[in-house]
Design a protein. Structure first.
Length: 311
């Protein structure tokens, strides 16, 4: 069993998971990384703010990352982890497969959860044609590219008020569309928006139109028949974890963010289980995810150093 026991299994191969896998490989740790499904930013026209890689396509960034991990001796396999359990101190088992596929199990001393989040997206015609180019979910990632432009914001609750006000960093030409539900917003919220001349339209968006060839959004069609001219749309409809593996392990949830609680070493409330990337309470940027993955690997390596080598 000892020969089959990995030092660490990384679940998720986005910037966080691959960064952890790369550092674990460079520490010459026996690690295994699971790669499954598309990353959250797969539709983006470029990763922004990643020093030295600004504007790189998400697919290219991840392909480079996979190559770097394997070139350092790391092992990456394509598969979906469907179950995880702790079977002893410093001993975890992960399993792949479902009722149609025979499950395989792998065991490790440490785990890194890096499965990310899934965005709730607008349910309207034309969304997919513009998503990632002129329709976005992250102002930190794509706000700069919309400096001075006409921006429509789609969101249903009071959190969208702060989301909208944050976009004033780049443009003051903003319109908030509530998708027909503004019940969570108070008079104070409406007053704050009015203070910055941000109109609020309590309608739903039924269609996005524009130059599909250039992926340039031009009109937002509302369910009352009206339309808004715009250059971009940002939506804030919430997220959900891409997996429930943290629940199966009993990891604590951060009360403020609803994401996985971690300490200063990226470790969750379950000893030996670390988390990195968008599923943690910190900023949801690719460069931050990569940094968290590296930090997780650093602390995992330190935790595995034998007592005889410590002073």
């Amino acid at each position: 069993m000892t020969e089959q026991l990995y030092d660490c299994i990384v679940i998720g191969a986005g910037p966080a998971g691959l960064s952890a896998a790369l550092f674990l490989a460079r520490y010459r740790r026996r690690s295994l990384t699971f790669h499954h499904n598309s990353p959250r930013n797969i539709y983006s026209h470029g990763v922004h703010g990643f020093l030295g890689h600004h504007g790189i396509l998400p697919t290219e960034l991840l392909e480079r990352g996979r190559q770097e991990v394997t070139q350092h001796g790391g092992l990456i396999i394509e598969g979906c982890v469907t179950h995880v359990e702790q079977i002893a101190d410093e001993h975890f088992r992960v399993s792949t497969g479902d009722e149609k596929i025979v499950a395989q199990s792998f065991e490790a001393k440490r785990l890194v959860l890096a499965t990310g989040l899934r965005d709730f997206t607008p349910d309207c015609s034309g969304f997919q044609e513009f998503y990632g180019a002129t329709v976005h979910h992250c102002p930190d990632c794509d706000g700069f590219e919309n400096t001075g432009k006409r921006v429509v914001v789609l969101g249903r609750d009071k959190k969208t008020v702060g989301f909208t006000l944050n976009l004033l960093t780049w443009t003051d030409n903003l319109t908030l569309v509530t998708d027909g539900d503004s019940s969570d917003m108070t008079d104070e919220h409406f007053a704050k928006l009015a203070e910055f001349n941000i109109p609020v339209i309590n309608q739903s968006i039924v269609k996005l139109e524009g130059d599909v060839g250039r992926k340039q959004l031009q009109y937002v069609r509302l369910d009352n028949g009206e339309s808004l001219e715009c250059d971009a749309l940002f939506f804030n409809l919430g997220t959900e974890p891409s997996s429930n593996l943290h629940e199966k392990l009993g990891c604590r949830i951060d009360e403020d963010s609803g994401l996985i609680w971690i300490d200063e070493e990226q470790q969750t409330s379950v000893k030996g289980v670390y988390a990195a990337g968008d599923m943690t309470p910190r900023s949801q940027l690719a460069v931050v995810a990569a940094a968290e993955g590296a930090m997780a690997a650093i602390h995992i390596h330190k935790s595995l150093v034998p007592e005889s080598q410590r002073v």
